[in-house]
Design a protein around this ligand. Sequence first.
Ligand SMILES: [Zn+2]
Length: 353
Amino acid sequence: MFWLKRKDENSHIELSPDIPNTTHCAMGLSIDLEAEREHIVIGEMEDIYRHLAGIPGATDKLLVNETRPLGKLVEDFFDTCTMRAKDAATGFWPETINTRPDLLIGGAQFVEEVYQSDNLLWRFLALRLWQEYRAVWDQPDSIEIHDRMDEITYPMRISHKSQIETWDKVYIYSNLYNFLSMDYFRYPAYVMYQNAKPLRVYHVTDLSGMPLYIHYLNTVYTKRAFFQYCKRCGKLFIANTNKVQSFCSDECRKAQQKENRKRYSDKVEDDEAEKDYRATYMYWYNRMKKLRQSSEIDPEKLAELEATFEQFRNEATKRKNEVQHSGQSTGAFKGWLFSQRGVFDGLTESLSI
Ligand SMILES: [Zn+2]
């Protein structure tokens, strides 16, 4: 619970967002390309250090300790909430309590909501912003404080996505720096190791998400792997090439094949000439089937009918192609098909079918 007294009035603002209070929170990232997993820890820096050192009980104190598919954190970076993050940063200026208490309350709602989300970058930044506010709320307002609030929210306010889309088209590894603005290089990260086999390296930040983002891109591209968007579901995934657009999983590949087949048969369904042809073909086919099964029919007569049926199929296919591809009239084709039924009826008149 956090009570604040406004200077000019005797009123209070009660702020108690549902988010842990931290004093030095940090976020650590470890990338495992072999296993195609990323591992993320969020918590007090001290708890992260103790966890990595393997001190018993430390892991339970972490706020986040998650292993996820490779690329997930990059997806988290792609989400933006520019205006809300900007308002929240302003809402946490010490002076805001006197000038715009609505923004302060909005800021508290924002960190609470974002901390509940499954975007791990946002969860860390919400903790970090709330921590910053609790550290400075009773200090004199200053440009330094404003800048710090902006620095924390920066990764949620800019579109990283639009940049990576450009890279996919023109990417050359040695040119990575060409596509990143200076702000990406401004913030430091710690390098920490997990006391385990294998010795796992973590990049840890206690301020901005930016160095983790660069580290991610650098790791992926150095291994000659590339970010791609799945052709089917649009999900970001790591592919071995950037030349051919591909699928994120076997499920997506199979689902796409299935859809392509369905689309083909739908198209055939829609085609009127095809439909007319099929109707007449089935008219012949069903009667031929009966005749083939009949013991009463003279084999020579049946052979003659089979030959006529085949001629019909060849001629009909040729005419159908002319309608579909050379712009011949559908009406004339329909009329011809109808006349063919008459031909067949004439040939089988004396037979009982
Ligand atoms: Zn997919």
